[in-house]
Design a protein. Structure first.
Length: 118
């Protein structure tokens, strides 16, 4: 099982980024896929999850959108109206259930850094 997050970068407040999670080694439908983030000095926070439904943490609801392309084995996280408090390393992970913002994850790979700053 492999997951690789990409698409992070430096963006100004109010800007947008789209993160991608490339997966391999398993059938994408078998697991829920969670996007979680880790900021320095803060607890890990699950921000969005997709299984048969889509779920969002309160902190990102209305601003982030999760989607999945089974043909490409890829999950996306579209992030709009970004705020400085969204700054973190973002990871994608497999999970047996979508529990936000705290959950148990099975596998995850390297994350991608998102920095929101003017």
């Amino acid at each position: 099982v492999q997951l690789q997050a990409s698409g992070g970068g430096l963006v100004q407040p109010g800007g947008s980024l789209r993160l991608s999670c490339a997966t391999s080694g398993f059938t994408l439908d078998y697991y829920a896929i969670v996007w979680f983030r880790q900021a320095p000095g803060k607890e890990r926070e699950g921000v969005s999850c997709i299984s048969t439904k889509k779920y969002y943490a309160d902190s990102v609801k209305g601003r982030f959108t999760i989607s999945r392309d089974n043909a490409k084995n890829t999950v996306y996280l579209q992030m709009n109206s970004l705020k400085p408090e969204d700054t973190a390393v973002y990871y994608c992970a497999t999970a047996h259930a979508c529990n936000l913002p705290r959950g148990l994850y099975n596998y995850w790979g390297q994350g991608t850094l998102v920095t929101v700053s003017s």
